[in-house]
Design a protein around this ligand. Structure first.
Ligand code: GDP
Ligand code: MG
Length: 163
């Protein structure tokens, strides 16, 4: 059974962009509007000779805030169940939102390693803003730019160290 790296987080933080970068496929739908990636997507990736499965989570289409939040919670619970390592992605340009807080509450129950990934750190100025995510209380922050790939090497080094 392959090791599984699951990417969780609220809509629009850049999960599918990272998934596409890691898997070099275009199977996950990337869209500028929130909540359009409907399913969980599984792709194959490899880092320093270690193959693994990447999961992109979505399925956030809902009619009310409550249902919406419940759908995200469900995705996070599945990730806690099936993943070897969980990447909790947040967005440095927005800081910590209410949804980030509720995902954090669910992730606290996980006995699996959770890496906080601060995405959209496209330049060094934004690096300073990532310190705010220590407030989530989940440990080390990995600043990356899914768009440019910056920081993804350090993140993957840490992720595969848990295999
Ligand atoms: P998802 O809903 O979490 O899967 O997020 P997406 O991957 O669909 O990305 C949402 C939006 O954020 C898209 O417009 C992406 O182009 C943009 N985005 C993703 N990664 C980055 C990044 O590293 N930097 C910037 N500036 N934008 C990004
Ligand atoms: Mg997506």
């Amino acid at each position: 059974m392959s090791n599984i790296v699951a990417i969780v987080g609220r809509p629009n933080v850049g999960k599918s962009t990272l998934y596409n970068r890691l898997t070099e496929t275009r199977k996950a739908i990337v869209d500028d509007t929130s909540g359009v990636t409907r399913d969980r997507h599984y792709g194959v990736a490899e880092w320093i000779g270690k193959p693994f499965t990447v999961v992109d989570t979505g399925g956030y289409v809902a009619h009310s805030e409550d249902v919406f939040e419940a759908a995200i919670r469900e995705q996070v619970l599945i990730a806690i169940e099936e993943a070897t390592v969980i990447l909790f992605m947040v967005d440095v340009t927005t800081g910590i939102t209410d949804l980030d807080d509720s995902i954090t509450d669910v992730l606290r129950r996980s006995k699996k390693p959770v890496l906080v990934v601060a995405n959209k750190v496209d330049n060094n100025q934004l690096l300073n803003d990532t310190h705010i995510f220590h407030g989530l209380g989940l440990g080390e922050i990995f600043p990356i730019s899914s768009m440019t790939g910056s920081g993804t090497g350090e993140l993957l080094d840490e992720a595969v160290s848990h295999f």
